[in-house]
Design a protein around this ligand. Structure first.
Ligand code: ADP
Ligand code: ZN
Ligand code: ZN
Length: 732
């Protein structure tokens, strides 16, 4: 009789926990995917039933019964459980942590599922007189109605929350006066669909046909389309087809591109309710969206990284936009790649997956070259837009003002005087990356990291961007007391100041993490950039990714040199991607665009190749180098990291691990290290790493399956924090 319950619990253990059914509960009432409350030590934990069998390695008399069943019907399907267990296995991560992390926070804690609540707000008949009164008496209510009008009379509550603070009180007031109604999201008449008037370009049409002729089975496609070539349009047409067949669509985007603008674009084009899953939403909002997804009520599931773990029945298409983006890789805890898991998901669901990018990752390009993915190319901008002209500005021996060369200032002047927009890009926020003392040479070192604290002038502080450590901006040198403290180098805050002084008559918006920390501020700034209210746009990579600003005629990159000499073998790839993505913001409307890049290394091969031959040429060259060096994607890596309060402790543990590898592995697994991490000290801990590499993914996987469970038995394991990163993206 199968009365042993195998349960996933949130614990750092590589396996499931065995229990007996709760007292008096017949085994028939237990189904995998249900949550159960179980005794755990002296406490209780919420776990997920993964399977039942008559086998256990625990002595029978030690088995304890589970306490209660939390769900009458399972939360996760058998197929989804199998997928999540596969993922845990692949990433060598405790299955309990993986399975539980796929649930919304409240459900993880054992709470009952939320009752679905209405998500669509619609304006009722409100006459002009009432509106006028409202404008005087209750301006916030009036504002909301006014905005709803601009949206065609209805919107989703999530959009509303994005736009307005403390929206619930206002909505409640309007409801009580019957000025608005709330409906369930799957109300068929939710948003009237609007299809565009233009026809697809030939290459777009070919791409759509290629995918739609293979909707019935798994197949991977790389949509390799330059910026502005209409990739999103291809996704939309495919999604429409799949939704028309009654199947659901998973659409993954990087953290930064998930804006209300994109949500609205999809809502206008795709029928049926949409669930939006991302970390910026409250737990309750996320759970509502998650439940809609898992019950099949949402037809489109739009989300960032973790949405790939959400249960979705009848999956018919997986889309991964900007597939090269590093935000698809979770860098902490359960380190997985949502891009890679999207492929696995599509494979298990038997449906196509489309990876889209203007700058595909070398991994995906190799797969396309090898014929494992179908390679779909969009080589021209859609509509009348043209590709921008790229040019290097040699700034050696130039007198810079706030980091800007005379030539660049002149180009900006020219564009602005023609009434066009210009974008100035610098991937460094804050006022200056270092503060220094001219008298004694003191530098604003972070006390907890091998890094400098960044000067934030407006906020009057020094802050470390690695560990968050902060202190007030000193007026005198902390070391010698001299008042001669000066910033070194530039950040976006300084650029903003310099540009405002130079072009006082041109409105400017700055878009970076500091300027957009309050709710809705990013959307407001993006709106000003889009509709042309701001003529100067200054920012970090937040500005670079995926946005469509039709009026931008000039894109200036203040400092491309920072990315040219990185320690990581992926540094060149990242820099090339960023440069092309930033450049891609220029000339997306009717007028052609120009891109200027300041550099002290105008002959650097990476820059030369990008400017003269483009990303594809860069990628071919980079792949050739990777083959020769036997680096990914021509080999497979796993990084074991360890940190401790003393450097020797971390190294000693990894030395034990290295010895263990040598004992357990054959020649097929190479071991490099242990070596200190490039930034050895971070947040007060010393970090070291051990790199494992193999030419064959399966061999490495097999080895890891045996090896990783032994790590916790090493004698120094208790003295360090260690982690395993399969397919690491950052070797730091
Ligand atoms: P990408 O995702 O490749 O950056 P988008 O799909 O956002 O490009 O398209 C860029 C712009 O071109 C959008 O404004 C879109 O509406 C427009 N567009 C897309 N396809 C066409 C087409 N076939 N004809 C005219 N305009 C198009
Ligand atoms: Zn000093
Ligand atoms: Zn720090």
């Amino acid at each position: 009789m199968s009365n042993i319950l195998h349960i996933a619990l949130p614990a750092p253990v590589y396996g499931l926990f065995d229990y007996l059914p709760p007292g008096n509960v017949p085994v028939e009432r237990l189904t995998p995917g249900q949550r159960l409350l179980v005794p755990f030590g002296h406490t209780e934990r919420c776990g997920i039933l993964v399977s039942l069998s008559d086998q256990t390695s625990v002595a029978r008399r030690k088995l304890r019964p589970a306490r209660t069943i939390l769900d009458q019907t399972p939360l996760l399907s058998q197929e989804h459980l199998a997928f999540l267990c596969w993922v845990a296995d692949y990433y060598q991560h405790p299955p309990g942590e993986v399975l539980l992390s796929a649930l919304p926070v409240r459900l993880r804690k054992g709470k009952p599922p939320l009752v679905p609540r209405p998500d669509r707000i619609r304006i009722c008949n409100v006459d002009a007189e009432t509106l006028a009164t409202l404008k005087r008496r209750a301006p916030r209510q009036w504002q909301l109605l006014d905005w709803l009008h601009t949206q065609g009379g209805s919107a989703s509550m999530s959009e509303l929350r994005h736009r307005f603070d403390k929206v619930h009180g206002v909505v409640r007031a309007l409801c009580s006066k019957s000025m608005v109604t709330l409906n369930m999201a799957d109300d068929a008449s939710a948003t009237p669909l609007q299809q565009p008037q233009f026809a697809l370009e030939a290459e777009q049409a070919q791409a759509v046909t290629a995918v739609s002729s293979r909707l019935e089975q798994y197949h991977a496609f790389l949509l390799d389309g330059i910026t502005g070539s209409g990739k999103t349009e291809v996704y939309l047409r495919l999604a429409q087809q799949v939704l028309g067949q009654g199947r659901n669509v998973l659409f993954l985007v990087p953290e930064i591109s998930l804006t209300p603008q994109l949500i609205r674009r999809l809502e206008k084009r795709l029928p049926g309710p949409m669930a939006v899953l991302h970390s910026g939403r409250s737990d309750g909002e996320r759970e509502q969206a998650w439940q809609m997804a898992c019950k099949g009520q949402a037809r489109v599931i739009l989300g960032t990284r973790s949405a790939v773990l959400a249960p979705i029945p009848d999956l018919g298409l997986v889309l991964v936009d900007e597939e090269h983006d590093s935000s698809y890789k979770q860098q902490e805890g359960f380190r997985y790649s949502a891009r890679d898991m999207a492929l696995v998901r599509a494979q298990r669901a038997g449906c196509p997956v489309v990876l889209g990018s203007a700058t595909p990752s070398l991994e995906s390009l190799k797969n396309a070259m090898d014929g494992r993915y179908s390679w779909l190319r969009l080589t021209r901008r859609a509509g009348t837009a043209q590709s921008p002209r790229m040019q290097l500005l040699d700034i050696r021996n130039q007198r810079l003002q706030g980091g800007l060369s005379p030539a660049l200032l002149q180009a900006l002047e020219e564009v602005l005087s023609r009434g066009r927009q210009a974008m100035v890009f610098l991937n460094r926020r804050g006022y200056a990356p270092v503060l220094t003392c001219y008298s004694c040479g003191w530098l604003s070192d972070c006390p907890r990291c091998d890094a400098r604290q960044t000067m934030h002038r407006r906020q009057g502080k020094l802050a470390c961007h690695h560990c968050g450590n902060e202190r007030p901006l000193p007026q005198h040198c902390p070391s010698c007391g001299s008042p001669e403290l000066h910033p070194l180098g530039q950040g976006t805050e300084q650029l903003e100041q310099v540009l405002q002084q130079h072009f006082p008559e041109h409105p400017l918006v700055r878009i970076d993490r500091d300027a957009t920390s309050t709710k809705g501020s990013l959307d407001q700034l993006l709106a000003q950039a889009r509709d042309g209210r701001a003529s100067l746009l200054v920012g970090t990579q937040m500005l670079a990714k995926g946005h469509h600003f039709p009026g931008v005629a000039l894109v200036a990159m203040v400092d491309v040199d920072g990315g040219l000499f990185g320690a990581d073998f992926r540094a060149a790839e990242r820099t090339a991607q960023l440069v092309i993505q930033v450049a891609g913001r220029a000339g997306r409307g009717k007028h052609p665009g120009q891109v200027l890049m300041q550099t002290r290394f105008p002959d650097h091969p990476l820059l030369q190749t990008l400017v003269n031959e483009g990303y594809a040429a860069f990628a071919r060259e980079a792949l050739r180098e990777r083959t020769q060096a036997e680096l990914p994607p021509y080999s497979f890596q796993t990084l074991i990291r360890a940190s401790a309060t003393k450097a020797e402790t971390a190294t000693a543990f990894l030395q034990q691990a290295a010895t263990q590898v040598e004992q357990m592995a054959g020649k097929e697994v190479q071991v490099w290290g242990p070596v200190p991490a490039p930034m050895q000290k971070r947040a007060g801990r010393y970090r070291s790493q051990l790199l494992l590499q193999a030419a064959n993914r399966n061999l490495l996987q097999q080895f890891l399956g045996d090896f990783v469970p032994t790590l916790s038995t090493l004698s120094d394991a208790g003295r360090v924090r260690w982690s395993v990163d399969v397919d690491p993206q950052d070797l730091y």
